[in-house]
Unconditional design. Structure first.
Length: 517
């Protein structure tokens, strides 16, 4: 039986007519359009369409907040310093070839000092700029710049940071080759990014740099890295992290300015003079040169001043109204919501620890670092560090910066390119307890020692090499440290004492046998 026959035959018609006679209640309240939600009519457009029409204004407002708003500046500094620190560094995984690994890491370290095409920072400083761009503009572009062998670089490659404005949001059209351009990014028929359409110079420099053209040029996607945090499937461009707090941040700053201005103006009035004859103090026409100098009222006050008043005059001192006890609580609640929107703890941005204790601070920092760990792995490492490492490795082998045969390298390219990226370690609230917990986990076999070393921001292989070098240097220079001496003088456990006695007895027996022989 067909569906329309079910309704026509009356089998489902009673249920259908009953449903039409009343509204469905078992739905979502958020999907209703009744009185309370009548004014809530959000757009159904994708994030790409929204950025096409409003992206430039949103980004400009975010940059303005980063220039002038104290809350925005503090949040950005905390976000950047905790996300990047001194840098997220690679560790080559060629543990079975220690000499080659050491050569690779040394070549990378040398290149990091000269990789910036603008010559302003090293590779890890560029990571810091990228993190700040994520917070302020939502994205950053990186362009590979190939160099000549005669330029004297460790590897003939540099990278250039490009701001979001270099790629226009509104560039939506068919490309000359038949591909489609969305938000300045060219896609092929499979939806892959094949090119970026970018200005030759920054649009904001048009007034001071001649030769600006409004026509973007095509740059192959193989030469561009797009660093942004994807929030929705199919998203083409990044959204500033600060965007969710922008409006609250703007009005809260205005409120603070208005309150300070009110207090400033109120503080200017020391007192008010009332007189039955105001014209004796202030002439009607505003200027009275014939009036005696002493008949000018209270024009100023100094410490210890005694002022004689004219007959009938009275003085009332100004008592500006206070902001009240609710001002600080209001600010506190608004700042909590503001910093929650940008994902940065309130205590870090304001240095206000009055309401914090050890447990709350630890819980807050654990959650904060978990969020940053996502960005480190999914954005900074995957979108920026990994492709730059691979591009650098290819050129390092091909140009002889690494003594590895290109034939051998190309045969096992993925094997040689494997690396582990290690962020800078975080300082703990209680280093002694955390170190004891790590030692217990390692001694119990629950955690490898290399994980503890990496969590502190160090390369395990490099760490072990440095420890071995320190011990060798101590023996060579006959250095004795109190901690080592104290450890050597500690009493042995019963098992350790039995083992030591057994070893001593065995050594004595071997000595007696040799003497008898």
């Amino acid at each position: 039986m067909r569906a329309r026959d079910l309704f026509a035959g009356g089998i489902l018609s009673p249920l259908f007519s009953k449903a039409k006679s009343r509204s469905f209640r078992n739905d979502y309240d958020g999907g209703r359009s009744r009185r309370r939600l009548k004014g809530w009519n959000p757009t159904a457009n994708t994030i790409n369409t929204i950025l096409t029409s409003r992206g430039d204004l949103l980004r400009a407002r975010c940059r303005d907040a980063m220039r002038n708003n104290a809350h925005a500046i503090s949040a950005a500094e905390s976000f950047t310093s905790n996300l990047i620190g001194t840098g997220i560094k690679p560790s080559c995984l060629l543990t079975d070839q220690p000499e080659l690994r050491k050569e690779v890491m040394q070549a990378w370290s040398d290149w990091c000092q000269e990789c910036d095409a603008d010559g302003l920072s090293d590779f890890y400083g560029m990571q810091t700029t990228a993190a700040r761009s994520l917070f302020e503009a939502g994205e950053l572009f990186i362009r590979f710049r190939s160099r000549r062998m005669t330029d004297g670089l460790t590897v003939p490659l540099q990278i250039q940071l490009l701001e979001s404005e270099m790629c226009p949001y509104f560039w939506n059209q068919l490309a000359p080759n038949g591909n489609y351009i969305m938000n300045g990014i060219e896609l092929d028929f499979r939806g892959r990014r094949v090119a970026y359409w970018m200005y030759e110079i920054h649009p904001g420099d048009a007034l001071i740099e001649p030769g600006f053209t409004t026509q973007p040029i095509r740059v192959p996607a193989s030469e561009i890295l797009h660093i942004f945090r994807p929030l929705r499937p199919g998203q083409m461009r990044g959204v500033p992290i600060i965007a969710g707090a922008l409006v609250r941040m703007f009005f809260l700053d205005q409120y603070d300015d208005a309150e300070m201005e009110r207090k400033r103006i109120a503080a200017m009035f020391a007192g008010f003079i009332s007189s039955p004859s105001p014209e004796d103090i202030i002439p009607i026409d505003g200027v009275d040169e014939s009036a005696p100098e002493e008949n000018v009222g209270l024009t100023g006050l100094e410490p210890g001043t005694l002022q004689a008043l004219m007959p009938g005059e009275e003085i009332t001192f100004s008592e500006p109204a206070d902001v009240g006890g609710a001002y600080e609580m209001f600010q506190y609640r608004q700042q909590l919501a503001l910093f929650a929107a940008v994902g940065v703890p309130y205590s870090l941005c304001t240095s206000d620890l009055r309401r914090a204790n050890y447990s709350s601070m630890r819980g807050t920092m654990v959650e904060y670092r978990r969020r940053l760990g996502q960005l480190q792995a999914n954005v900074i490492i995957f979108q920026m560090g990994r492709p730059i490492w691979k591009r650098w490795y290819d050129l390092a082998v091909m140009t002889g910066a690494i003594s590895l045969s290109p034939t051998v390298y190309l045969a096992q390219q993925k094997y040689y390119q494997r690396a582990r990226w290690i962020p800078e370690g975080y300082e703990t609230a209680d280093p002694l307890k955390d170190t004891q917990a790590d030692k217990l986990a390692v001694d119990s076999g629950f955690k490898p020692r290399s994980d503890v070393v990496e969590a502190r921001g160090y390369d395990p292989e490099e760490n072990d090499e440095r420890i071995a070098a320190d011990k060798a240097r101590e023996e060579k220079l006959d250095l004795v440290f109190p901690f080592a001496t104290a450890a050597a003088n500690q009493p042995l456990s019963p098992d350790q004492q039995d083992a030591a006695d057994e070893a001593a007895q065995q050594a004595a027996d071997e000595g007696a046998s040799s003497e008898a022989a």
